[in-house]
Design a protein around this ligand. Sequence first.
Ligand SMILES: *Cc1c(COP(=O)(O)O)cnc(C)c1O
Length: 378
Amino acid sequence: MIKFNRPFIAGKELYYISQAVMKYSHISGDGEFTRKCQRWFEETLGCKKALLTHSCTAALEMAALLCDIRPGDEVIMPSFTFVSTANAFVLRGATPVFVDIRPDTLNIDEKLLASAVTEKTRAVVPVHYAGVPCDMDTILEVARDKGLFVIEDAAQALLSKDETGFAGARGDFGCVSFHETKNIISGEGGALFVNNEQFIERAEIIREKGTNRSKFFRGEVDKYTWVDVGSSFLPSDIIAAFLYAQLEHAEEIVTRRKELLISYREKLEDLECRGMCQLPARETLESSSGHIFYLLCRSLEDRDALLAFLKQRGIGGVFHYVPLHDSPFGKQVCRVHGTMKETLRAAGSLLRLPLYYEMTDEEQDRCVEAVYEFYQDK
Ligand SMILES: *Cc1c(COP(=O)(O)O)cnc(C)c1O
């Protein structure tokens, strides 16, 4: 049996949790381990300010609050993404406007961006799908030209890096996830990267229930009080302690996952040559965080048959997403700009193969062989 995902435990998670409890005696938010994690992100990625949150969902919600998104506003994003990308803005009364994705990376098609902008557009949310970075240069240029905020949904893209920089560290805001299904984990967890310095102070306030508590603890004000809207977005230091143990191994985890991604591609290349499926473009994998390996089958029937075949062989494949524009709630609160051709093609043909840090080459070979077996008389 080869599971689709196996959460990796680096080793020191429980030790650091016991330190949070016994040594620092600080288990609410913003303790020693939260500071260590935040410093790690700032030093490793070069983001101006990192703030731990409960989840990437919470980080996206904070970004929507920081951008003052209001009813009637429009926010451009792909339909081929997880619901949180859209929900964060729908919660503020805004309308997500979907544009199609690129066939090679399944990321938002930056060439379609400018034409989707109206006088109501306030922000664009590029999603670095599978951990492959979007074309941030083009997206940032359009955003600058049209006066839009850029909020990177980098949930899958911690340590993704192309020649222009790290994913999540270039837009006004970047949002990452440490959900158990991601590369670096804390069960539930996330972070907001504030790259536009103008928003650092307000981000701290919104995260601390609308109070200036952070300033108070730094001794910058002599009492703390209610100064803005906000909520409780900070995780317990117990979660941060777990996360810090993972961050110490983050580079190794991503390196191995990338290696697996590239070898999956090499091993399955023959199938692509035979026209059986499409694989992620080779040149995009180097910049990836190694989060997802997918193949695009020729049809929905092929995809579902392959999934069933793998299941029979004890191999856990999965598919996603139901495009948001096609979902019951998306139909009520979102708008589509242009065709959703590539979005529908991906949703109707994509299959993700097992991928986890501790996957052995032999396990990978078994997955690859099963796929070849399925296609042998097609
Ligand atoms: C996982 C994921 C999220 C949500 O992350 P949580 O930490 O579970 O809130 C958001 N967007 C994308 C693209 C994701 O893959």
